[in-house]
Design a protein around this ligand. Structure first.
Ligand code: FAD
Length: 152
C-alpha cells in the first residue's frame, strides 16, 4: 500500500519509517514497476532515489522554455491486449492514457540520407526491404529474431 511520496529532498530523521516488506533502490521504470506490483499485493514498500526527481530515464527537464526527455520518448506494444498495454493498465488501473505517434513514428538522418520508420513490424520490414533490396535476407532474419524475442 502506498503511504506517501517524498521527492526532491532527503528525508528528515524519523520521517521515513523503518519497517518495510521491500526496499527498492532506484525509481526508474523498473524500480517503480516492481514497487507498484509489490504494493498492489499489499506489501509495504519504500523506494529510494538518488536523483532530485523520480522516474529515471522516464523523467523530463526544462531549459529556457523547452522540455527535454532524458530517455524514453516513445513506447511500443500498446495496442489493446498487447503486453506493455496490459502492464500499463494493471499498474495504473487504466489511468495512464497513450497517444498514437503518427506515421512515420521516427526519422533517421544518416550521411545525408533520410530513413522513415513506419508503424507496425510488417510495414517496417517492407520499408527496409524496399530501401535495401540487397539486404532482403538479413532484414528477414532480423525480423524473425524480433518475433522470437517478442514471443518469449
Ligand atoms: C537516450 C535514451 C533514449 C531511450 N529511448 C527509449 C524509448 O524511446 N523507448 C523505450 O522504450 N526505451 C528507451 N530507452 C531505454 C529506457 O529509457 C530504459 O531501458 C529504461 O528507462 C530503464 O529503466 P530502469 O528502471 O531499468 O533504469 P533507470 O531509468 O536508469 O532508473 C534507475 C534509477 O535508479 C537510480 N539509482 C541508481 N543507483 C542508485 C542508488 N545507489 N541509490 C538510489 N538511486 C539509484 C537512478 O538515479 C535512476 O533514477 C532510452 C534510453 C536512453 C538512454
Amino acid at each position: 500500500m502506498t503511504r506517501g511520496v517524498l521527492v526532491g529532498r532527503a528525508p528528515a530523521p524519523g520521517e521515513v519509517g523503518d519497517a518495510y516488506d521491500a526496499v527498492v533502490i532506484g525509481s526508474g521504470i523498473g524500480g517503480l514497476t516492481t514497487a507498484v506490483c509489490l504494493a498492489r499485493e499489499g506489501r509495504k514498500v519504500a523506494v529510494f532515489e538518488q536523483h532530485y526527481t523520480a522516474g529515471g530515464y522516464t523523467h523530463a527537464y526544462r531549459r529556457r522554455g523547452w522540455e527535454w526527455d532524458v530517455g524514453i520518448h516513445y513506447v511500443g506494444q500498446l495496442a489493446p491486449r498487447e503486453p506493455v498495454r496490459a502492464l500499463s493498465d494493471y499498474l495504473t488501473d487504466g489511468a495512464l492514457r497513450w497517444a498514437p505517434l503518427g506515421h512515420p513514428y521516427d526519422e533517421y538522418r544518416l550521411a545525408g540520407e533520410v530513413y522513415r520508420a513506419p508503424v507496425g513490424l510488417a510495414a517496417y520490414q517492407a520499408a527496409l526491404t524496399a530501401r535495401f533490396p540487397a539486404e532482403r535476407s538479413g532484414v528477414e532474419a532480423l525480423f524473425k529474431l524480433v518475433a522470437r524475442c517478442r514471443a518469449t
